[in-house]
Design a binder for this molecule. Structure first.
Ligand code: MGP
Ligand code: SAH
Length: 283
C-alpha cells in the first residue's frame, strides 16, 4: 500500500481528529573528534569489527543489532533508501529516525527559498530531506555521535553543502538563531512512549513539549512538531493559542500509522502546497 498522509485542520482548543540515553556532555565542538576508523581485518578473522565513533557503534549489522532493535533493522530501507551506500546510525538513531517517505513529505510541504532549523537532527532523516527541498538547513544536535552520522549520511545524499551542522543544546542556541521554519523532533523517551494510552506533551524529553515549542516560536511562528501517534490532539491544538489554527497530519507508512506532524504558524499550514503535493503523490 502506498504511504499516505492524512490531515485535519483544527481550530485551537477544539477536539481534533485525528529518556534519551544520557551521554556525557561533549567537551569539543569538533564533531570528528574521536572518530575511530574501523580496524583493519586481521588475517583469518571472519568478522569485521563494527565502525564506532566516540566508542559508540554507528554501523550495525543484523548480527550485531541488539535484539530489542531488530524490528527497526528490518525497516532499514524505509528509513534511508540509500541505506546500502553506508548509512551510519547509532542505537538511539535507529529508533528515532523519521522514515524517508514521511521526512520527504514534510520537507516538500516546506519547499522553496527558505531556511529551516532542524533543532534535534539525530542521524539526519529529516535534515537530508529538508536540504533536498529547501535553500538551507541548520541542523542541531547535542550529541557529537549523531552529528557525525548526520554529516556522513548527508554526504551520501550529496546535500552536505546545504547544511550547517551545529553541536549543542537547542535550549542554549535558540536565542541566537534565525530561520523561516523550525522543525522539532525531540526525543520522546524511547520506544516506551507507546506504553501510555495517551502521550502527554509534558513528559517529552528533554524538558516539556510546550517549553520546546515556545522557544521555537521565538525564532519564527512557523513551527513543525513531529509527535508520537498517541499524543493528545487537544494539547497539540491548544499550543496554537487562542483563536489560532494548526494542522495535525497523520503519517502512515505501508498502511501503519507511524507519527503525527503538526504545522503551526502564519505560513504553515500552507494549504495550497498541501493540495499540490497530495495531487502529485496520488499520481
Ligand atoms: P516506533 O513506534 O518505535 O517503531 O516508532 P515502529 O516499528 O515504526 O512502530 P510499530 O508500531 O509499527 O512497530 C515509529 C516512528 O516514530 C519511528 O520510525 C520514528 O520516526 C519515530 N520515533 C520513535 N521514537 C521512539 C522517537 C523519538 O524518541 N523521537 C523522535 N523524534 N521520533 C521517534
Ligand atoms: N529527526 C531525527 C531524529 C531525532 S531524535 C531523524 O530523523 O534522524 C532526537 C535527537 O535529539 C537525538 O539525536 C538527541 O541526541 C537530540 N537531542 C536531545 N537533547 C537535545 C538538545 N537539548 N538539543 C539538541 N538536540 C538534542
Amino acid at each position: 500500500m502506498a504511504d499516505q498522509q492524512q490531515s485535519s485542520r483544527c481550530p485551537a482548543g477544539n477536539e481534533s481528529p485525528s529518556t534519551p540515553k544520557k551521554r556525557k556532555s561533549p567537551t569539543t565542538l569538533d564533531p570528528y573528534h574521536g572518530f575511530d576508523q574501523p580496524k583493519k581485518k586481521k588475517r583469518g578473522s571472519k568478522t569485521q569489527p563494527p565502525t564506532t565513533y566516540h566508542g559508540e557503534i554507528v554501523s550495525y549489522t543484523q548480527k550485531t543489532m541488539p535484539r530489542d532493535l531488530i524490528k527497526y533493522y528490518r525497516q532499514r530501507h524505509s528509513y534511508f533508501s540509500k541505506y546500502n551506500k553506508g548509512i551510519l546510525m547509532d542505537r538511539e538513531g535507529w529508533f528515532s529516525v523519521t522514515p524517508e517517505s514521511i521526512a520527504e513529505h514534510i520537507a516538500q510541504r516546506c519547499r522553496g527559498d527558505v531556511v529551516v532549523i532542524d533543532a534535534f537532527c539525530g542521524c539526519g532523516g529529516n535534515t537530508i530531506q529538508f536540504a533536498l527541498a529547501c535553500k538551507q538547513v541548520i541542523a542541531i544536535d547535542i550529541d557529537p555521535v549523531k552529528l557525525h552520522c548526520a554529516r556522513h549520511n548527508a554526504k551520501i545524499y550529496g546535500v552536505e553543502d546545504r547544511i550547517e551542522f551545529i553541536q549543542g543544546s537547542f535550549f542554549d542556541l535558540a536565542p541566537y538563531l534565525k530561520a523561516d521554519i523550525v522543525f522539532l523532533s525531540p526525543p520522546w523517551g524511547g520506544p516506551a512512549y507507546l506504553h501510555e494510552d495517551m502521550y502527554d506533551l509534558k513528559t517529552m524529553m528533554p524538558g516539556n513539549g510546550k517549553k520546546i515549542f515556545k522557544l521555537a516560536q521565538q525564532i519564527t511562528r512557523n513551527v513543525i512538531m513531529f509527535m508520537p501517534r498517541n499524543t493528545d490532539p487537544n494539547q497539540l491544538a491548544l499550543l496554537a493559542g487562542k483563536g489560532q489554527c494548526c494542522e495535525i497530519e497523520r503519517n502512515y507508512l505501508a498502511g501503519n500509522l507511524k507519527a503525527l506532524t503538526v504545522y503551526y504558524g502564519d505560513n504553515l499550514p500552507n494549504w495550497q502546497a498541501l493540495d499540490e503535493l497530495m495531487a502529485e503523490e496520488q499520481e
